[in-house]
Design a protein around this ligand. Structure first.
Ligand code: FPP
Length: 247
């Protein structure tokens, strides 16, 4: 337990899991779970803003998700397009900037078009940022970053002697984002599933049994309350953190 509770996390990242099981338990097709999941996305974007969370990252589609049945992949892409089309006006009204991380260039053209339009329409907002992880995977992110880094070295823009986390991490998709303070995974699974593996090096994790379609603002508040009680040590000892330096 920290001496004083941690302040509201600046960056919350969420692995939105359990749509399929939610639907199955109700005798509904999986896509109905994803449809309800989109409604949760809308309410949690609002809730995060109300709670003063400046960055919210949502794992919407992983590089591995292409392996799902074709009709489910197609339905997820259509839902994304629908969400982007419908939500852009609300993001603008609420002054939320939209960003995307992942190999977005490989998304279908009809999704990319909406995504680019939404990003452009919200690019000037600075207070709150929604990040969608789309066709995202940490391992492909590292490959892409290593490639960009090697190109910068070859072009003489970076000396290999200057290699440091600071110079390398500027080539990740998240170059302009702070690391997540809190990572939440819904639906009772205890995995990180190739999500922000490097950025979450010092994040706190909260796992909740609640399926994503049932996740509410109250569940987000509960996750933040758990986070506020964690002692973030970043490799130091508890005693070191309690030592107040006076010089
Ligand atoms: C995991 O549930 C969820 C996904 C793979 C997709 C998440 C997508 C959405 C919430 C909708 C689209 C997103 C946006 C931002 C509009 P699962 O299907 O793996 O659930 P299961 O483990 O119970 O099968």
């Amino acid at each position: 337990m920290p001496e004083t509770p941690n302040p509201t996390p600046a960056h919350v990242a969420i692995i939105m899991d359990g749509n399929g099981r939610w639907a199955k338990q109700r005798g509904l097709p999986r896509i109905e779970g994803h449809r309800r999941g989109v409604e949760t996305v809308r309410s949690i974007i609002d809730a995060a803003k109300e709670l003063g969370i400046r960055y919210l990252t949502l794992y919407a589609f992983s590089v591995e998700n292409w392996k799902r049945p074709q009709d489910e992949v197609g339905a997820l892409m259509s839902l994304l397009e629908y969400f982007l089309k419908r939500e852009t006006a609300t993001l603008v009204k609420n002054q939320v900037r939209l960003l995307a991380i992942g190999r977005t260039q490989d998304l279908p053209e009809f999704v990319r078009r909406q995504l680019e339009a939404a990003i452009a329409a919200t690019a000037h907002f600075t207070g709150h940022t929604l990040v969608l992880a789309l066709n995202y995977g940490s391992r492909t992110e590292v490959i892409d970053a290593a490639r960009a880094y090697a190109a910068a070295v070859a072009a003489g823009k970076i000396s290999p002697d200057d290699s440091s986390w600071e110079t390398f991490s500027r080539h990740l998709y998240t170059a302009d984002l702070p690391d997540p303070d809190l990572v939440i995974r819904t639906s009772g699974e205890y995995r990180v599933s190739n999500f922000l593996l490097l950025q979450a090096a010092y994040s706190e994790f909260v796992f909740t049994p609640v399926a994503w379609p049932d996740f509410t603002k109250a569940d987000l508040v509960a996750a933040i309350a758990a986070y506020s009680k964690r002692e973030r040590r970043y490799g130091q000892t508890s005693e070191q953190l309690k030592t107040v330096t006076t010089d």
